[in-house]
Write a protein that binds this ligand. Structure first.
Ligand SMILES: *[C@@H]1O[C@H](CO)[C@@H](O)[C@H](O)[C@H]1NC(C)=O
Ligand SMILES: *[C@@H]1O[C@H](CO)[C@@H](O)[C@H](O)[C@H]1NC(C)=O
Ligand SMILES: *[C@@H]1O[C@H](CO)[C@@H](O)[C@H](O)[C@H]1NC(C)=O
Ligand SMILES: *[C@@H]1O[C@H](CO)[C@@H](O)[C@H](O)[C@H]1NC(C)=O
Ligand SMILES: *[C@@H]1O[C@H](CO)[C@@H](O)[C@H](O)[C@H]1NC(C)=O
Length: 218
């Protein structure tokens, strides 16, 4: 009894130390850089994105305004975003990194799969290539979005950059390319962690597409 009480006390003390150092780290972070707050533009864009996603997905599994806001706030560039392209670059940039990480995790599982001719190994190899292809398309979309100068191409001779509808269409392509792996993972035993990672990627894909939806042709 005494030992277990002692253990609990020590454990609580550790938790308190960890919590207070986490809080200290957070408040010192506030002093250095500015911690982003939601701007009116961001709130409105997220409401619109959520509304678009809700009707597009017929009310099922749609992008919530809360998910949109918390994702955008995780990057301090959101404070200075002037247009929807600036906002959509944030989830696309996050995706670029996450897709590379997820592809690495698929590779790890492939290396630990003993039977290289099994169905699991085949699916994983296809998935690995799929992640590589998706990362390539996302890099292209990112460059396209950065090159975008507004939809003035017809009036402005100097603006021969991408047209607005090309931005959501590009992310659609990344989403479609990745869709193969998204399904294949469901058939791989023991791939629950990869499936979970895939769901998070899918939410970010859906958010990027929803934020770019005003650029679509009707
Ligand atoms: C939100 O949608 C409304 C109605 O379609 C539109 O007038 C407004 O410009 C949109 N705002 C943003 C930030 O996308
Ligand atoms: C939400 O979307 C619907 C259908 O697309 C549209 O009729 C409505 O005006 C939108 N509401 C807001 C607040 O943007
Ligand atoms: C955002 O944070 C980074 C470091 O995390 C800092 O270098 C940069 O200046 C910040 N940008 C803004 C707009 O606050
Ligand atoms: C590997 O998987 C293939 C296809 O399922 C199967 O035919 C083969 O017997 C397996 N090899 C070993 C060593 O388990
Ligand atoms: C993403 O959107 C698609 C439709 O475009 C929908 O079928 C899917 O359930 C959504 N997924 C998530 C995780 O929100």
């Amino acid at each position: 009894m005494a030992t277990s009480h002692m253990t609990t006390t020590v454990f609580s003390a550790i938790v308190i130390i960890l919590l207070s150092s986490a809080m200290a780290a957070q408040s010192s972070g506030d002093v250095g850089g500015k911690k982003p707050k939601p701007t009116d533009f961001m709130l409105e864009a997220c409401k619109n994105a959520s509304n678009w996603s809700k009707s597009y997905n017929e009310g099922y599994n749609y992008v919530t305004a809360e998910f949109c806001i918390s994702t955008l706030l995780s990057d301090n560039r959101s404070a200075d975003a002037k247009d929807r392209r600036d906002l959509a670059l944030i989830p696309v940039d996050i995706l670029k990194e996450r897709v590379v990480t997820a592809g690495g995790n698929v590779k790890k599982m492939l290396h630990s799969t003993k039977n290289s001719t099994s169905t699991t190994a085949r699916h994983l190899r296809t998935c690995e290539l799929d992640y590589t292809a998706t990362a390539g398309i996302l890099n292209f979309c990112d460059a396209l979005m950065r090159d975008y100068q507004g939809d003035r191409r017809s009036e402005d001779e100097d603006n021969d950059g991408p047209l607005n509808f090309e931005l959501p269409e590009c992310v659609d392509e990344a989403n479609e390319a990745w869709g193969y792996c998204g399904l294949a993972l469901l058939h791989i035993p023991g791939a629950e962690a990869l499936v979970k990672e895939g769901d998070e990627l899918q939410m970010l894909m859906n958010l990027s597409i929803a934020l770019l939806s005003p650029y679509r042709l009707d």
